[in-house]
Every structure is written in C-alpha cells, then in structure tokens.
Design a protein around this ligand. Structure first.
Ligand code: FE2
Length: 325
C-alpha cells in the first residue's frame, strides 16, 4: 500500500525521501561528483550539443543525439526495469492507454505522480481478465517518478550530461517532473496516437521538454518514434486536466492529421531524442517479435509556473527537485 492507503507498487529500495538528498547527506560533495563522473552514468563530452544541433532543435522541435547513453548504461536500466517488474504484484492492476486515459484513470494512476508504478498493456488480458502472456511481457510502462525515487533511474535522470544539455537549451532551473519506462512489448506493444506532451504536462510559459532514450534499437518494425518536424511552432491545441473530483477531462481539439507529414525516427541503442513539449509525435503498434524499450524523462524549467490543472501533482513533502547544475 502506498502512503495514501491505495494499492500501489513501490520498489523495495524506493523511499519516501529523495534519493539525491540521501546521497547529499551521506556523501561529501566531492565524492558525489567523483562517483558521477567516473561511475555508471559518467559525463561525456558528446553530451554537449553543437550550435547546429541547438538550431536544429529550436527549428524542428526535436533532436536526435545518437550514442548519448552507453551500452552499459542501457543494459543497467533495462535490468533495473526487469527487477521492478519482477517485484510487481499483478493484483494491483492498472492499464495504461494513451488513447483513452479519460476512462482509464484511477487513483493508482494519479498517485504514480510520486511513486514507481507498473501499468499493463491494454491487450495483455483475455476476455476473462487473465494474462495472455507472462507478466514481464505484459507491462506497458513503469511510471512516473523514477527520476526521484528509484536508485538507478534517479542518478541517470539527473546526470551532469543531462544538466549540460538542458542548460544549453535554455533551462534556467532544469527540473525533471515525470519519468516513464516504456516496454513497447513484442506483438502487443500499443500504438501511441499523435500527441503533444504539453497536452499532459503544462507550464506557463511552456517549458516542457521530453528526453526519450532508446534502450534498444528502435526501428520501423518495432515501433520507433514518428515526428512532425516544426509542428511545435503552432502551439498546443489540447489540454488534459485534473478536475476537482480527481477525474480527467480534456479541453481543446485534436487537429486533422496528414500522416504524410510525420517522419519516422529510427535510432540505435543509446540514442537520445529530445522532444519539444509542443511537437506532435506518435508511434505505431509493435507487431514485431522484438521489444522496443525506452526511458523517457520530462523536464520543465523550475522558473516557470507549474499548472494546477496538470494531472501530475506532488505532495507538499515531495516537491519537484531541480537538477544540481
Ligand atoms: Fe509523448
């Protein structure tokens, strides 16, 4: 049970305290720095964007940085996700649907704003409600606060190289607010319809940026990202809002899409895809026999105003924590 009494999966090693606070209190600053530079999630000069990359991001609303994460980093994150799923009790069922979140939302989903929770694929169950494949192949994603409460994902999400990239792109106070491990399971990995991330996470002014890491090669066959370049320049058309009754509602409209304006973005293992909060993107179902694991963190500028209508709200004792940059 989580702190509010709802059934909610929590990793054995997760804590109600912030992991980076624990590090700060347990380790001298020089040791923290040394560990981060030379350790698992070490700094790489490749993280620094060229002026051309900066311009590309601002012009197109996205940017691919191949090789941002090492093979060892990807393997470590994949293994950690496997451990989280192994420890997950399927009795705490929640299904995630990017296409129908209005009807799927429940307290399990809302409380995942400050916890580490597992969500099943829509097609994971048969008509009788039984899993159609093993648990490890049935999970859609883990979310939404691994960047704060998981001992492996937190340091990765708060690395110096991500601090450097966010600073370079103009964040005064880069702050991770949401994290997701997306499995895109073989044969049942669901489609993610065209959307803008700022529909779900909103600040004034708009500062949301997604950092999407390919932990396995993402191809046309296993459901790579598709992006509409430059679409971030047209603004946000729809908001997902949390009502006073803690239900989800949508305001605004979905435009008509010309699918030919989306381009596929296949990338290799370790690639980082930066996504402006207003850029339209999507991915098709994974009908292939290969999974497409990805880890995604959304950053905002802590100087901007977090919208009280966002579904993702944190308790007073678990506020958002900016990167240490
Ligand atoms: Fe997205």
């Amino acid at each position: 049970m989580c702190s509010r009494g709802y059934l909610c999966f929590k990793t054995r090693s997760s804590s109600s305290r912030y992991l980076h606070h624990q590090r700060a209190s347990l380790l001298a600053p020089r040791k923290v720095r040394s560990k981060r530079r030379g350790g698992l999630f070490s700094f790489s000069a490749r993280a620094c964007l060229t002026p051309e990359q900066e311009t590309f991001f601002h012009t197109n609303g996205y940017l691919v940085v191949e090789g941002f994460a090492s093979h060892e980093e990807c393997a470590t994150l994949r293994a950690r996700a496997g451990s989280i799923v192994d420890a997950f009790d399927p009795a705490t069922v929640s299904i995630f649907s990017c296409n129908d979140q209005e009807n799927k939302s429940d307290e399990y989903f809302l409380n995942s704003a400050e916890d580490v929770c597992c969500f099943f694929e829509e097609k994971a169950f048969d008509a009788e409600g039984n899993l159609q494949q093993e648990k490890s192949k049935s999970i859609n994603k883990i979310g939404h606060a691994m960047h704060d409460f998981d001992p492996v994902f937190a340091p990765f999400s708060r690395s110096e190289k991500l601090g450097a990239v966010t600073k370079q792109l103009g964040f005064a106070k880069p702050t991770p607010v949401q994290s997701m491990y997306i499995f895109k399971q073989p044969r049942i990995g669901g489609e993610v319809v065209p959307h803008q991330d700022s529909t779900f996470l909103y600040t004034t002014p708009q500062t949301v940026m997604g950092a999407w890491f390919a932990l396995e090669e993402a191809t046309l066959e296993n459901g790579c990202l598709w992006i509409q370049p430059g679409s971030h320049l047209s603004g946000i058309t729809r908001r997902m809002l949390l009502t006073d009754e803690r239900t989800i509602t949508f305001q605004g409209h979905l435009p008509d899409f010309d699918s030919t304006t989306f381009i596929p973005v296949p990338v290799g293992e370790g690639a980082l895809v930066l996504l402006h909060g207003a850029v339209w993107h999507m991915s098709y179902e994974n009908t292939s026999p290969k999974s497409r694991h990805a880890y995604s963190v959304h950053y905002v500028d802590g100087e901007a105003e977090w919208d009280q209508g966002n579904w993702l709200q944190r308790s007073q004792d678990k506020p958002f924590q900016p990167l240490e940059v």
